[in-house]
Design a protein around this ligand. Structure first.
Ligand code: PLP
Length: 397
């Protein structure tokens, strides 16, 4: 039977990393293993202390039913509240201002379904993680791009949004530390964004999935540090990148109670919440944060330095990113498109990166290197990649 897909599913593109995974699988089947700077999925294991907590939790039958609280277990919400207070100085109440989620991705999708009707305008950064635009489109909403330019530190220029658009818009996505550019936002930008949202009655959804991956002693910010932000913002945090737990699907949303309530209503009609043993493991993860995070940051920082220094030795002029595990590299002048350059990197050097065009039209002209590198000796792989690029490609600057 050839049953046609719903038109709304036909309207959206395939998830970009599925295609990359397919190219890689094909190369592997042909016996060519690329040096893989492609998907941003941590290559290090979840720490043992978290796995132990899951094991203990899973053995307790009390964790086996649905989590009827709807918002997350009291222990989970308390641990999140304590973390937000200690890490950012932000007070979010376990009673109505926190929602456990099945990864940030799920929460990002459901907050759109909770608020966006057909034709509603959603301000979406470009380049960006694909989910903001795709889920908006899926909902029938109208994504309006906010270009992120290097000269503006990859922050959107809110003054450049036409007034009728900002007046009509209902939601705005922000994501700092940023995927794919590695940019960070300081508090003055968040203050400006919150004021803009309040003036125009827009809900800001701040995707903070990379908040804990930061370097050189730099500490990222929560948008909720801004006075009054809870009135205009919801923030998504994740265990995925902080604790190497991408497959576990556990995260949280926090912010103004009405927004959490809407998200919770959408979720409760779809997914019935996070396995309570996983919530227990997440509580343990946060309890061990101080000891664990130092090593994680140091490891990515070593890779970042090796990659940025290596690329710069070939003629690039890249500032080391302060956070996230991505290096956003402009393509050389002798290439017309990012796709073309990414293809040559793969075909001529066996180096897999993602084309910036995957992240939106303003990602054209860049490729993204992820510092999550599979296989053994990461620094040796980085140095091999640099050697191969230098030996096999002509780079004109
Ligand atoms: C910007 C951004 N947000 C969210 C996610 C997904 O996070 P999670 O694993 O918590 O769903 C990713 C994953 O790559 C991402 O890049």
């Amino acid at each position: 039977m050839e049953l046609p897909w719903a038109q709304r599913l036909q309207r959206i593109p395939p998830y970009p990393f599925r295609e990359i995974a397919e190219i890689k699988a094909k190369m592997l089947a042909e016996g060519n293993e690329p040096i893989d700077f492609g998907i941003g999925d941590p290559d290090m294991p979840t720490p043992d202390y978290v796995i132990e907590a899951l094991y203990e939790g899973a053995k307790d039958p009390a964790t086996h039913p649905y989590d009827e609280s709807g918002f997350g277990t009291p222990e989970f919400k308390q641990a999140v509240s304590d973390f937000m207070s200690k890490r950012f100085g932000v007070q979010v109440s376990p009673d109505g201002e926190i929602q456990s989620t099945i990864g940030c991705k799920e929460a990002l999708a459901h907050i759109i379904w909770a608020y966006i009707d057909p034709s509603d305008i959603v301000l979406v950064p470009d380049p960006a993680y694909s989910v903001y635009k795709v889920q908006t489109t899926w909902c029938g909403g109208a994504p309006f791009p906010m270009p992120l330019f290097a000269e503006n530190g990859f922050l959107p220029d809110l003054d450049a949004i036409p007034a009728p658009v900002s007046k009509a818009a209902k939601m705005m996505f922000l994501n700092y530390p940023n995927n794919p550019t590695g940019a960070v936002a300081e508090l003055d930008f968040f203050e400006e964004a919150v004021k803009f949202a309040q003036d125009n009655e827009i809900l800001i959804v701040h995707d903070c999935a990379y908040s804990e991956v930061c370097y050189d002693g730099y500490e990222t910010h929560s948008i909720l540090e801004v006075d009054g932000a809870k009135d205009a913002a919801i923030e998504m945090h994740s265990f995925s990148k902080t604790f190497n737990m991408t497959g576990w699907r556990v995260a949280w949303a926090c912010g103004g109670a009405p927004f959490i309530e809407a998200l919770s209503k959408a979720k409760s009609n779809v997914d019935s919440g996070t396995f309570m043993a996983i919530q227990r493991a997440a509580v343990a993860a946060l309890a061990g944060y101080d000891d664990f995070i130092v090593g994680l940051r140091a490891e990515y920082q070593k890779r970042r330095d090796a990659l940025v220094d290596g690329l710069n030795s070939l003629g690039w002029n890249i500032e080391p990113p302060k956070a996230a595990f991505y290096v956003w590299a402009p393509i050389p002048n002798n290439y017309l498109t990012a796709d073309e350059f990414a293809k040559d990197l793969l075909a001529e050097c066996g180096v897999l990166v993602t084309s910036g065009a995957v992240y939106g039209s303003y990602g054209e002209g860049f490729v993204r290197f992820s510092l999550t590198i599979k296989g053994e000796d990461k620094l040796a792989q980085i140095s091999e990649a640099i050697q191969r690029i230098g030996d096999n490609l002509e780079l004109v600057w």
